[in-house]
Design a protein around this ligand. Structure first.
Ligand code: ADP
Ligand code: TRP
Length: 342
């Protein structure tokens, strides 16, 4: 996995902390569906790249998934999917921590403590809540409080950098706000983390050109079979410019995907063909399918080699949870001491 953009240097010096924040990368993903190419490019690939050079903690955000998932089998299923994805992409489970959010229950204690210093207005402005409410959908308390639990996820491990897609930027701002508030009220206690967003892959479009998202049903599965992958790529929406006419690569959904799986040289060659006319969208779709498949195929094989081994996947999660919990307990104790709970 190639390292992406370099980390900004950590903001808070380590002098106040038991676990000095040299640089500790943390991120989470909800087990709410089958991972797609947007997750891969916007989150998984950068996260795996960073793990080659920095200490990393990655987790399956199952508490967060409970805000929407109602079927216990589905939750378990998607949790194991994600464990298999991280295995397939080659995360070193001995060197790093990979775990289930709910295997570190201390995070809910910190979430409560943080919720007591969270102004309601901050949560009312959060996009996820606002958008759902505007659409007239069910909004439960878990969804409203989502950003506070997410802040606890990050702050309980003294994380310094959080690789995510652009849609998570506001959550990171809320996290920073809460960490600063806490430090202001109780003295330096929490590391103030930074988001780490790869600008190039900030938002990957889906089949219909909107952001690729499980909620829009416009995804290309990360580990679908080769046949399914080809079928999905062929379904990407294009305009109806006839073959012979020039086309614009910069507004084409197929090119938007292709560029993430090809060299600059190949992109330039295809961009020329777009602009000259005489190229049909079928051709670039075939090229895009081949390019994606070339990169994904080895991971796909590893994915299917472990996906049915539930005991092994659960073992990986449990081992990671035990390690992560040791860090969380220390930070939570520091917080409890500060607020007067110890
Ligand atoms: P979804 O929107 O499909 O439910 P998640 O919210 O589970 O995806 O996102 C998991 C991670 O993948 C987050 O870090 C998010 O920013 C990133 N991500 C999701 N969709 C995209 C996309 N289309 N482009 C870039 N990054 C994405
Ligand atoms: N909110 C994130 C998403 O929807 C998932 C998440 C939960 C997360 N806790 C986190 C991401 C902590 C980064 C850090 O994708």
């Amino acid at each position: 996995m190639t390292p992406g953009k370099p980390l900004q240097s950590p903001e808070t010096p380590g002098k106040h902390f038991e676990t000095p924040p040299v640089s500790r990368i943390l991120s989470g993903i909800k087990p709410t569906g089958t991972p797609h190419l947007g997750n891969y490019l916007g989150f998984l690939k950068p996260a795996l790249g960073l793990s080659q050079t920095h200490e990393a903690l990655y987790f399956v955000a199952d508490f967060h998934a409970l805000t929407t998932v109602r079927d216990p089998q589905v939750l378990r299923h998607h949790t194991l999917d994600l464990a298999a994805v991280f295995y397939a992409l080659g995360l070193d489970f001995d060197r790093h921590m990979f775990f289930r959010q709910s295997d570190v229950p201390e995070v809910t204690e910190l979430a409560w403590i943080l919720s007591c210093i969270t102004p309601l207005g901050l949560l009312e402005r959060a996009h996820a809540y606002k958008d759902k409410k505007a659409r007239g959908e069910e909004v439960n308390h878990g969804l409203f409080a989502y950003p506070v639990l997410m802040a606890a996820d990050i702050l309980i491990y003294d994380s310094t950098h959080v690789p995510v897609g652009k849609d998570q930027k506001q959550h990171l701002e809320i996290t920073r706000d809460l960490a600063n508030r806490f430090n202001h009220l109780y003295g330096d206690t929490l590391v103030v983390p930074q988001d780490h967003i790869e600008d190039e892959v900030a938002t990957i479009p889906g089949l219909d050109g909107r952001k690729m998202s499980k909620s829009y049903n416009n995804c290309i599965g990360l580990f679908s079979t080769e046949k399914e992958l080809r079928k999905s790529v062929m379904k990407i929406v294009t305009d109806s410019t006839p073959v012979e006419e020039p086309k614009n690569p910069d507004t084409c959904n197929v090119f938007a995907l292709y560029r993430h799986f090809s060299t600059k040289q190949d992109q330039a060659a295809w961009a020329d063909r777009y602009r000259h006319g005489g190229m049909g969208y079928g051709e670039i779709k075939q090229a895009a399918f081949e390019a994606v498949n070339r990169e994904i195929a080895p991971f796909r094989e590893r994915y299917f080699s472990i996906r049915e081994d539930t005991p092994r996947l659960n073992g990986i999660l449990e081992q990671g949870g035990a390690k992560a919990r040791q860090v969380a307990v220390k930070v939570l104790n520091r917080v409890k001491q500060k607020v007067g709970l110890h």
